[in-house]
Design a protein around this ligand. Structure first.
Ligand code: HEC
Length: 257
């Protein structure tokens, strides 16, 4: 009798649970991300070095005025094939804050290869003041930080468009197909031909977006290739070991019978 009285509230509770579980899925608008075949996404893949190098050119020509890469030092770019003289030139083009000197003052000097990339703004307030109150995030870990990773960032960079009819874009914001809510404070950073590649590749928006995302993916995990290599070796070892154990076991039991 008592058990039967419990059934109804229990069923109601379960239904409510299922409802809660489904609710956020239905509430969030599904935004379809572009699906790009990245050079680095498979288990044995490596970063396309040429794309990543071009991506660094995109970063310096179109992103570094607003976005920092604070975890990256100039000399780590050597992994992308920049030689020493190129690295010195890249570093010397930027200024870093150093000090204090003997008078207790901070001072600016050209960056050295061993420095990390300097931030574009002195502090968060300065960054917001220059960007209509919005904060351009540091891009060092951006590819890892967002759902959809490289596809998402590619989608943002190529997702600027005219707002559909009836969609009011607030002043200072821009319509973007992929950004959640479709209004982004970042002005369209890439347009056709806005960057020049030293290897002569034509710089369409898609090309520039593809390359800068490859570069940012490398920046967010420079050791990815080594991780994959070690992973493959460990798997091979485990497989060989399993085969060996199996063979030994077969032999031992064969003798016992
Ligand atoms: C004029 C300044 C400016 C430039 C240049 C710029 N950005 Fe931004 N960016 C911003 C601001 C401001 C935001 C914050 C947007 C917001 O929160 O609405 C932002 C946000 C972003 C985001 C994060 C989006 C998210 O999900 O939060 C990414 C990724 C990004 N920018 C990439 C780039 C790349 C790559 C370039 C160069 C090709 C670039 N930006 C150039 C100002 C800039």
């Amino acid at each position: 009798m008592r058990a039967r009285r419990m059934i109804r509230p229990l069923a109601a509770l379960m239904l409510a649970g299922v409802g809660l579980w489904l609710a956020p899925v239905r509430a969030a608008e599904e935004i379809e991300l572009p699906r790009i075949k990245w050079s680095f996404s498979g288990p044995f893949d490596r970063f396309d070095r040429n794309a990543a190098r071009r991506g660094f050119e995109v970063y310096t020509q179109a992103c570094q005025f607003c976005h920092g890469l604070r975890f990256l030092s100039f000399n780590s770019l050597a992994a992308l094939g920049f030689d020493e003289s190129e690295l010195s030139a890249i570093a010397a083009a930027r200024e870093v804050l150093d000090g204090p000197n003997d008078d207790g003052d901070m001072f600016k000097r050209p960056a050295r290869v061993s420095d990390r990339m300097p931030p574009p703004f002195a502090n968060e307030k300065a960054a917001r003041a220059a960007n209509n109150g919005a904060l351009p995030p540091d891009l060092s870990l951006m590819i890892k930080a967002r759902n959809g990773g490289p596809d998402y960032v590619f989608g943002i960079l190529t997702g600027y468009d005219k707002a559909p009819q009836g969609f009011a874009v607030a002043p200072g914001l821009n319509y973007n197909r992929v950004f959640p809510g479709h209004q982004i404070a970042m002005p369209r950073p890439l347009s056709a031909g806005a960057v020049t590649f030293t290897d002569g590749t034509p710089a369409s928006v898609e090309q520039a977006a593809h390359d800068v995302v490859t570069f940012l993916a490398w920046a967010s995990e420079p050791t990815l290739e080594e991780r994959k290599r070690v992973g493959t070796r460990v798997l091979l070892f485990l497989l060989t070991f399993a085969a060996l154990v199996f063979a030994i076991q077969q032999r031992l039991w064969a003798r016992l019978h």
